[in-house]
Design a protein around this ligand. Structure first.
Ligand code: SAM
Ligand code: SF4
Length: 328
């Protein structure tokens, strides 16, 4: 198995969007109570005294929407300050990004992924749940501001939804031609909202790749991230296009991450709660960080072989939490 050195940290389970593949309007979600959120100090203690001693060097802040967490810049600064930290990144919907992008960069955030599923403001509003507010422009401004602040390359996440935004694939891929932007197409995962698209299913990476290849050609990129994406380049483009294919391919053997929820549960996998640890309660009960290291080491042994295909064949139970609850 891969060395597991990458921790995805959910800062908050709430969100200012209601994306139809994540937490669509009408879904009943039980939010974490304020007193049950890990505090900044608890989070820092866990990183410094549990994860770093176990060899973790890469941290991603996510959610819910991480920019809704008060004090997020200070938190970035503290995590970036550890000499062992090689990478501290964030996944955000970008809505609150513009005014804070430079501070995040200056605080030491190394990379940022912004979710942008459409270049058409109307379709975008439809995807994120329209409340009569126009939010695409603000996200676009956030993206430009982040790039100008120094987040170069900039990564864009696109969840491809059949019949909604799959006709925009070429336009989204074209963003990589003139700018060092990395566009990542993500196959929709039936997490929490498995029946959402019913018979429409999901669009495979292979199909998307073929469409882009037919338009411009596609070469394997020299830029290979640490993540699960297969990365390609439109010939002559400054950026790259990547495909995250967890539905059509299984990359569990390449997985190098575990996930910490906003209320302090450490989970070995999106689909696997086996061996999960309630680190927040343990800390509050006075369990020593040395003992917690031992428990986390034990959890890492559960990180194997559970994958989407096994779930589909009924070998493991369907995961009922949404991405916003797990920390996507
Ligand atoms: N709110 C932030 C955002 O949207 O970027 C961070 C959290 S969000 C859960 C992290 C990523 O998970 C986003 O890129 C989102 O598009 C993706 N995501 C959420 N639900 C998904 C699903 N069912 N299938 C595939 N990707 C999903
Ligand atoms: Fe919010 Fe991100 Fe989920 Fe969309 S994908 S609802 S922005 S947490």
């Amino acid at each position: 198995m891969n060395q597991v050195d990458y921790l995805r940290i959910s800062l908050i389970d709430r969100c200012n969007f209601r994306c139809l593949y994540c937490m669509p309007e009408g879904t009943e979600l039980q939010y974490i109570l304020q007193q049950n959120l890990l505090t900044d100090q608890e989070l820092i203690t866990l990183i410094q005294d549990v994860f770093i001693p176990l060899g973790f060097t890469r941290f991603r802040l996510t959610g819910g929407e991480p920019l809704l967490r008060p004090g997020v810049v200070e938190l970035v600064e503290k995590i970036a300050h550890f000499p062992q930290t090689q990478d501290i990144s964030m996944t955000t919907n970008g809505f609150l990004l513009a005014p804070i992008a430079q501070s995040l960069y200056d605080a030491g955030l190394t990379r940022i992924n912004i979710s942008l599923d459409s270049l058409d403001p109307d379709i975008f509003e439809q995807i994120i749940g329209n409340h009569g507010r126009k939010r695409w422009q603000q996200v676009w401004l956030g993206l430009q501001t982040a790039y100008d602040a120094g987040f170069d390359p900039l990564k864009l996440n696109v969840v491809v939804i059949p019949g909604v935004n799959d006709h925009e694939i070429l336009d989204l891929a074209a963003l990589t031609i003139d700018k060092n932007w990395h566009v990542r197409f993500i196959e929709f995962m039936p997490i929490g909202n498995g029946d959402l698209f019913g018979d429409r299913g999901w669009v495979s990476s292979a199909e998307l790749r073929d469409r882009i290849r037919q338009r411009w050609g596609l070469t394997e990129s020299q830029v290979r991230g640490n993540g699960p994406a297969d990365v390609f380049q439109i010939p002559g483009a400054k950026g790259t296009v990547g495909f995250i294919s967890q539905m059509s391919e299984c990359f569990c053997d390449r997985c190098n991450r575990v996930r910490l929820s906003a209320d302090g549960w450490l989970r070995p996998c999106l689909l696997n709660e086996l061996g999960q640890i309630d680190l927040k309660s343990a800390l509050r009960d006075g369990v020593s960080t040395l003992e917690l290291q031992e428990q986390v080491r034990n959890l890492l042994t559960f990180k194997s072989e559970i994958n989407f295909k096994q779930r589909d064949s009924g070998t493991v139970g369907t995961y009922t939490r949404t991405m916003s609850q797990i920390g996507g």
